[in-house]
Ligand binder design. Structure first.
Ligand code: PAF
Length: 281
């Protein structure tokens, strides 16, 4: 397994891999890998060819006062996991090279970035889209795998790829969950045991949304109210948003006519936790 720190080194490796006719698959991450990331890597591996994992805590997607400095990091453990999952190259760029002095170019997926998390984290998706495009340009993959826990990010990346005519297949991976239903996330490491058990209210609220939908409820507000009531019973959980939206456009739905996305962001202690469920109509 090659561990590559420079943009030039990564470009050279990719050029050789592509010249030998290999299909290149990229799994972009911010590290502190967990079983959810292992699943992304396994999906990437199944695509065949060569597997590249990028590990970069991207300063451009954190707002002032957010957890950029505190974001969990453990490169030794990450490299061990990468080896176990058969990764061919790990790209670990430095922030000083990715955003060198004088850097001033950003990518904005304008409308989709404004909804859901975009309302609470201004500039976040601009940072995500920018770094993902930069990673695509350096690694030049044929395909890239993204988790659907970050559903809005997944939709935004697909939009960017379409709008900018990038020849890259975007592959979505279903969310991997803990035994109690919580979505796996690097930020779960912020939670105390008590907070962990409080956070399990999130999948329970999503179960309620699905049960309502299956029972025939189609009014978005009724579904979100029922979910809020469940979360409010948990004193350690504070709702940031719960919304029912169109799964493709992310526009809020007062009435569901086909499929819908139920998206939720909740604060538990220092962690901001996101989850979602697609209700297939
Ligand atoms: O989902 C993440 O870990 C990050 O947002 C990503 C896609 C690696 C960009 O920094």
């Amino acid at each position: 397994m090659n561990v590559i720190e420079s943009v030039a080194g990564m470009r050279g490796w990719s050029r050789e891999a592509r010249a030998s006719g290999e299909r290149l698959i990229l799994v972009p991450t911010m590290g502190f890998l967990h079983d959810g990331h292992r699943e992304l890597l396994r999906i990437g591996k199944r695509e065949g060819g060569r597997l590249v994992l990028s590990i970069f805590v991207n300063p451009a997607q954190f707002g002032p006062g957010e957890d950029y400095g505190a974001y969990p990091r453990d490169i030794v453990r990450d490299l061990k996991i990468a080896g176990e999952e058969g990764v061919d190259a790990v790209f670990v760029p430095k922030a000083e090279e990715m955003y060198a002095a004088g850097y001033e170019t950003y990518v904005e997926v304008e409308r989709l970035s404004k909804y859901l998390c975009g309302r609470f984290r201004p500039g976040h998706f601009r940072g995500v889209a920018t770094v993902v495009l930069k990673l695509f340009n350096v690694v030049t993959p044929h395909g890239a795998v993204f988790g659907k826990k970050d559903y809005q990010q997944f939709i935004i990346i697909k939009r960017m790829v379409k709008d900018l005519d990038l020849a890259i297949d975007i592959i979505g991976a279903e969310t991997v969950r803990e035994k109690d239903g919580r979505a796996m996330s690097s930020r779960n490491s912020y939670l105390s045991p008590e907070e962990r058990s409080a956070a399990s209210v999130i999948p329970r609220a999503l179960d309620e949304a699905e049960a309502q939908f299956l029972a025939g409820e189609r009014v978005g507000g009724v579904i979100t109210d029922k979910m809020k009531k469940i979360i409010e019973k948990e004193p350690l959980a504070v709702v940031e948003y719960i919304e029912v939206t169109d799964p493709d456009t992310l526009q809020g739905l007062s009435r569901i006519t086909g499929s819908a996305l139920v998206a939720i962001a909740v604060r538990v202690g220092k962690a901001r936790l996101m989850d979602n469920r697609v209700l297939n109509g």
